[in-house]
Design a protein around this ligand. Sequence first.
Ligand SMILES: [Fe+2]
Length: 314
Amino acid sequence: MLRLAERFGRYGMYGVESIEDDFGEGLAQRHDAAMNFVKTGGRFGRGEDPRVLAARTNYFRETYAYDEPVVDGIEPFLRHPGFAAGARKVHGRELIRPNIVYANILVPGQELAVHTDVPEFRGLSRKKDPQWLMVAMHHSGLFDAWRMRIATGVAWFGHCRGGGEFVFYPDGPWDQPVALPVRHNTAIVLDTDSVFHGVDRVTEDRVPMPPLRQGMQLCFEGDGAWSVRDGDRQVAAYDWDDLRFSISWKAYCYADADEERAVRDHTDDLTRDQVLETLTADLRRRGRIDALPSDTELALTIIDAYIKFPPPTP
Ligand SMILES: [Fe+2]
């Protein structure tokens, strides 16, 4: 896997996808997680300039497989029986369809804000619907009948010098988190759409974090050396052990062939109107809104009412 990562060679920054939707205009796709990170300063409640916080959480990512392998040699990982067995356990469902594999690389000083992943519902998609809305829908519990069950595997390769623990809240956001250290050739499978998780800061004492900006690339330079480049200019130099390298695996988990068919044939899809009617009625019942709030007001109320982040522990 390390050789495959080197062969792939160049990793772009995981940018903020823009919203092209009237509903919640002006909100970031992951408005929920970003707002919480800036408000709390992350898991340890560190106060920092929002621009520095943004650089910390804007890590490097590339896709290795999307339904089909994108890079040679990823097939055994995509079809790894250990992941499928883990996925069956997570959701208690038999039909496991792996669909995506992607690499995440964090350089010293980077971390990943605590969040839950963007879930999927029949009839909605992260391409056409706001991602924060889909996250709130799942946390509301009101749309479980339409939710796709997705299992996520995270595997680590390499020997990161320090930090970069995978932190997750297996017993819910109010209970103690578990911090898994990065260990070469180990993995975990969980429901990252439901379980809050993040990555603690990668130790920064050897190479301080450069001012990272969108558009920079992490490049393999040969012989165990990596660099961050801004066009042709080298911004920082690393060796393998400075980096935190993980590979994520995601699979749809179906109860049976009938369910898989219903998804494919769109015989039981949700519509956006249905979603907003259900949420608005629920918020009204709870006294969170009256009359007709503006779209932005409604959007912020939805995030606040349903997505309950784990509190920071300074
Ligand atoms: Fe995640």
